[in-house]
Design a protein around this ligand. Structure first.
Ligand SMILES: [Zn+2]
Length: 254
């Protein structure tokens, strides 16, 4: 994952982050004519204050990103607020304040990780919702990612309930369900437990960090690659096939 791409603050003069298109994964680009910034009235009024500083201003922005793939033409609506950042300005050879854009909403949201076509619709829906929440509320995004983990376990046929000692059917905790998966298919307990903790912490404290959330997305992607897309198994099968055919494929055997 390119963490630098999934920042929350972008240079105003160069806002065209190459996010992947939610529809076709091609790179998105800014429709320059659509970037509009408006300053609030109370912010304009504050400029009359003698000790006014640029970082006092309150501005909102909107713009559209479009897919660079001409056969797709997806459009993403972006909105947020502006910020200021101290930066070395080459032209004047000194440090100064520059304007930045802080997006708070992207719709439809770009995929932060690959979404396997083999996931169930329910799991995909939770994952896509999490991508959208990433911009507006990271704790909710972490929580929705935890719901996606529960749904992934459903997709893998891990039971949701058990019979307790009083012979009563009771729900299984996510921790127990992860243990059941580990007993069936080893090697994913740590990643899934980490996702469970990321979600739990976000639910209880209402907080998480961009870094932790991005790490969570990456863990989820790794688990799906192995358990749903079976990438290692596919690679091993391909290696076996190539050994059997002594390195020849159908197209190279003639
Ligand atoms: Zn596209």
């Amino acid at each position: 994952m390119n963490e630098e791409l999934w920042r929350k603050e972008f240079s105003f003069d160069d806002f065209s982050p190459p996010f992947p298109c939610p529809r076709c994964s091609s790179k998105l680009r800014l429709r320059k004519d659509t970037l509009k910034v408006l300053e609030t009235g109370y912010s304009k009024a504050a400029r009359a204050t003698p000790d006014w500083e640029p970082d006092w201003s309150t501005q909102r922005f909107v713009c559209f990103l479009e897919c660079g793939n001409n056969s797709c033409t997806e459009i993403i609506a972006v909105s947020g607020e502006t910020g200021t950042q101290e930066k070395f300005i080459k032209e004047v050879n000194t440090w100064g304040m520059v304007s930045t854009l802080l997006p708070k909403s992207l719709f439809p949201a770009p995929p932060i990780i690959a979404v396997s076509k083999k996931l169930s619709d329910v799991t995909s829906t939770h994952l896509w919702a999490s991508f959208g929440l990433f911009w507006s509320d990271e704790a909710s995004a972490a929580n929705r990612l935890r719901v996606a983990v529960e749904s992934l376990l459903d997709d893998l046929n891990i039971p949701k309930t058990t019979i307790n000692t009083k012979k009563k059917r009771v729900p299984l905790s996510l921790a127990s369900r992860i243990d059941k998966l580990e007993a069936k298919k080893k090697g994913h307990k740590d990643a899934l437990d980490a996702l469970r903790w990321i979600g739990n912490h976000a639910s209880h404290s209402g907080m998480t960090s961009t870094e932790v959330l991005l790490a969570g997305f990456e863990l989820f992607e790794g688990v799906v690659a192995e358990l749903i897309d079976k990438k290692s198994a596919a690679k091993a099968a391909m290696a076996k096939l190539l050994i059997k055919s002594k390195g020849k494929t159908k197209s190279s055997s003639t």
